[in-house]
Design a protein around this ligand. Sequence first.
Ligand code: 3H9
Length: 698
Amino acid sequence: MNDKIAYTRHDDVAVLRIQNPPVNALSHAVRQGLSDAMDRAEADEGVLAVLIVGEGRAFIAGADITEFGKPPKEPHLPVLCDRIEASPLLVVASMHGVSLGGGLEVALSAHYRIAQPTARVGLPEVHLGLIPGAGGTQRLPRLTGAEKAIEMITSGRHVKAGEALDMGVLDRVVEGDPEAVGLAYAQELLAEGAERRPVSEMPAAPAIDWDATYDAVLKKGRGQISPATAVRAVQAASELPFAEGLKKERDLFSELMETDQRQGMIHAFFSERAVSNLPELKGVEPRELKAIGVIGGGTMGAGIATAALLAGLVVVLIEMKDEAVAAAKGRIEGNLQGALKRGKISQEKFDALTTQALVVSTDYDALKDVDLVVEAVFENMDVKKEVFGKLDAVCKQGCVLASNTSYLDVDEIATATSRPQDVIGLHFFSPAHVMKLLEVVVADKTAPDVVATGFSLGKALGKISVRAGVCDGFIGNRILATYRTAADHMVLDGATPFQIDKALVGFGFAMGPFAVADLAGLDIGWMTRKRKARDRHPEERVPTYIDKLCEEGHFGQKTGEGYYVYEKGKRGGTPNPKIAKLIATEQAELGITPREFSDEDIVRRYMCAMVNEAAKVVGEGIARRPLDVDMTLLFGYGFPRYWGGPMKWADIVGLDTVLADIECYAKDDAWFWQPAPLLKQLVAEGRTFDDLNKEAAK
Ligand code: 3H9
């Protein structure tokens, strides 16, 4: 036995306490320790029962994900689970915190399960591109029936103790010290003469319509394969004897282990945690945050205010006129009503947030005590500078002055103040109380503790915060502009916007770029094209067909017409028949003969444009690491999680292949397809983007 398991004896019960902080992941040492401890208990004279408990904040969070992809070491988890279940002793698991994946599978191998009321259980393997691989798909349906098991496994959700008790996953929920309540339960079972109760010996779950369920889950997964695969594993539990079902589960698990999706999702899991872990912020204390100011109560400002209120911050929102004050209040209340309806807050909380925690005023003096201000006014440098001048005059010393600009130069905004070290960009995504991404834009003079405060605000609001440098569009919008342009070029050359949207939804994006443009409003792109027209390089290809639609007042969803036509009350739109004619006219003007694009061509060009620009963004230091780009695209731009992000996608496809494609496209448009120096360098050195992530973590 090793130090990962503490073995103690309490009369006729042996207690096995797992000690592997922070979350008792089932590393090789833990598996070995548990196996040895079971041997010891069985050999320990007078021991009649075994109690398994976890030390610290969780029972067990699952298999050790860091071991995936490395050669597996014995004892394997499925074997350990079978070994626990087959023990002649009575085995009880007492669970607290989370019991996830392999953690729940260990508990399901025990004969009885007791948990704290605050405990949560789940089989979240699908979020890692896998299915439960240590009997979860075979044992769970024997307790809950196939439908509930499929729902739990394919959603990967955490189920609270009360619900788990009702489902039959737990036998008892009792508050108290997990070891004490577990011991009492084990002793009670022994006193009653309770028998061992292996789940594997329980009757299999009755059949359901497997094919229909499989199809429905596959469709819902939008290209993700693991949830649908889980349905087949549960089917095996129903149709095959336990041992054969277990083998089927193992085969499916092993197949998934080899997939790109598993690699992508595990990259996403670790990157999500690494993204706000910046070496430059080690030991830097953020400034205190209790009250924040928001300038502007439009959709963005109201969203930011809502997020801050929900995080327990006091909010002072400034608008220009009384009518705007009322409108801003209305928007925030509307957002909070949504939270109330979804049961996220109570009526009392709603009342307190809207009356006590929120001040909406036309007077900048109301900001004198706040710790941080986010400006969310019109995207115009003069307007922003005027606001920052006013903030400089009224805000207390040490107050962080943040701009929510999506592309303007934060260094220049900072010149409007006498304290550029306190100025930062905090780029939220709309609706700000829903979208997870926050770009923390660090200007030349921004102080390190101001950067740390940006990240601590992001954490308080439940955001994924990414550090970005100053450039037009920062990380996300700069890369978006490039891949959007690649899509526009394909339209000029013969692909339709509708085919492009469909191909990219097929790749896994939530929406295609043209449907997104309709949603965001076509006027935004139109304004950007006008803004950039002055500095445009003569070789830059910019389609103008859609401007004609804008000139007629059609701006997408909000006006009912854009690339698609939207009928009131209906979700989604149908292709706008005017678009084909507008494109054909422009092609004729430019002398272009349209050609065919396959869906694969479309995805390839779109992705290569994204990766190439992303490599420039990393090469220039706008993003510190490739994983920062990946998380930006995942949480702000609907990039499919199972690819891990564009940089991970490129690593999987092979950087040499991506570069070769870019060089091939450059033969037709050398201006647009200039390969990123970093991409060329990595290919020459035989390295990957992930190598850069690893170097940055050292
Ligand atoms: C599985 O079980 C497969 C089996 O069916 C079959 C096998 C044959 N392994 O998230 P946090 C680390 S698949 C290794 O910041 P929180 C995490 O990286 C597994 N490390 O805290 C972080 O490290 P660092 C199924 C893990 O309180 C630290 O722990 N299980 C693991 O916000 C703290 O994590 C899952 O998918 C792990 N399994 O959330 C559960 N889990 O400090 C995945 C965590 O160095 N985990 N770490 O950055 C979670 O959902 C959350 O981490 C959890 C805690 C809810 C547990």
